[in-house]
Design a protein around this ligand. Structure first.
Ligand SMILES: *[C@@H]1O[C@H](CO)[C@@H](O)[C@H](O)[C@H]1NC(C)=O
Ligand SMILES: *[C@@H]1O[C@H](CO)[C@@H](O)[C@H](O)[C@H]1NC(C)=O
Length: 373
């Protein structure tokens, strides 16, 4: 029940603002309960949320996913409660490759340091999309019809660089048709990504692209960017690589049924009960990194646990005895406390510090029932 309690304190403190330091402390505790070391500060030119993540978020928000097992990602058929779209930070390598004439190389780098040590990696799926803009390649049809794509993992960094044969191992070699529609390749690189998590082991990938054609006469080099050579050519395709990482934080994974709609009774009495609280992420100034939801019905427990404890207060035997002792000695023994006894999860979609889009399932975010403890 950590996350919710801290969020409550945070909201109350925002109202009071009596102790900014204490609030920052609570914010840190809450963020660490969310598996974040600090408040994400995305650059603001955040990436578009991939449609597949939106669909997954909506399914969860509508309660259509995770009913029986909140830590199963049915879309990928693996266990997990965190789904990240990790940005590619690689560059188009300048100049022509030394190892192959007429081909172009691109470096791909996915910074996996955002994955916390406690998380178990379930899936790393690389997707590379190729898109040709035929308007900038009017003579496209004169050039080659396909590209040979070779993907290498870089195993060490030396002065000779990632493109040197000794520094890399072939992962995939495939032909991609040059086509007006975007084409994509997907590849499961889970064990490689597991290795990338170790410090100093992630040198990324190198992709080598070589135009090929049935007619060797048509084997022409192609040009990065918008260079306009006078020879028939194809422009370099726009390449978008993304890495979907599904991981499991086992500490935040307990099977639990999702809440059904709660109808809160309105009662003026001050006895322990569930109170409505809508947390708007704008109120805690988190709207810049949380993409969705904008807020949610978190609720809280408040009220007294008076003697005699009625059954509706869901007291433990201990709480019943404590109210009895309290009624005899009000100064010596406090009343039991009104606390959450049943909580349910929500899903959140946010940007992390590296501008990656993350979909994550959080336990214990909504109070469903209160009791005296
Ligand atoms: C990876 O991301 C972390 C956290 O944002 C950053 O500290 C680190 O420098 C990054 N590493 C590389 C190689 O970019
Ligand atoms: C105690 O639990 C019942 C359901 O088991 C619930 O209806 C009731 O509201 C709970 N009491 C409080 C104080 O929340």
């Amino acid at each position: 029940m950590w996350p919710l309690l801290f969020l409550n304190v945070l909201i109350l403190n925002v109202n009071a603002l009596s102790d900014v330091e204490e609030m920052r402390g609570e914010e840190r505790l809450f963020l660490s309960a969310l598996g974040l070391s600090e408040r994400p500060r995305p650059t603001g030119h955040g990436r578009r949320v991939p449609p597949v993540l939106w669909r997954m978020f909506r399914r969860r928000a509508d309660g259509h996913a995770g009913d029986s097992d909140s830590c199963l990602v049915s879309e990928y058929g693996v266990r997990g409660n965190i789904i990240r779209y990790v940005q590619d930070q690689g560059q188009l390598m300048s100049g022509w490759s030394h190892s192959c004439q007429g081909c172009t190389e691109k470096h791909h780098f996915f910074n996996l340091s955002i994955i916390q040590p406690v998380e178990q990696l379930s899936l790393a799926q690389l997707e590379i999309k190729f898109q040709w803009n035929l308007f900038t390649s009017p003579r496209f049809l004169l050039g080659p019809q396909a590209l040979s794509v070779s993907l290498y993992k870089v195993v060490r960094a030396t002065l000779r660089g990632a493109s040197h044969q000794q520094n890399r191992r072939l992962l995939l070699s495939q032909s991609v048709q040059i086509h007006p529609e975007p084409t994509s390749l997907t590849l499961d690189i889970t064990s490689l990504a597991e290795n990338w998590r170790k410090p100093g082991r992630n040198y990324g990938l190198v992709m080598e692209l070589q135009p090929h054609s049935s007619n060797p006469e048509e084997l022409l080099p192609f040009y990065p960017g918008n260079a306009v050579p006078s020879e028939p050519h194809i422009t370099f395709p726009e390449i978008q690589a993304s890495l979907v990482i599904v991981s499991l934080n086992p500490d935040q994974c307990r099977s639990r049924r999702r809440r059904s709609a709660i109808h809160l009774p309105v009662s003026p009495s001050n006895v322990c009960k569930l109170r409505r609280l809508y947390i708007d992420f704008k109120d805690v100034e988190w709207q810049d990194w949380i993409i969705a939801p904008q807020g949610y019905q978190a609720n809280y427990c408040h009220g007294e646990c008076p003697f005699p404890l009625s059954e509706s207060l869901n007291g433990t035997n201990h709480a019943i005895l404590q109210t009895l002792v309290h009624s005899l000695d009000p100064h010596g023994t406090p009343q039991p406390c009104c606390v959450p006894i049943r909580l349910s999860p929500i899903s959140m979609l946010y940007y992390d510090n590296n501008d990656n889009v993350v979909l994550r399932h959080y336990q214990d975010m909504v109070v469903d029932e209160c009791g005296c403890r």
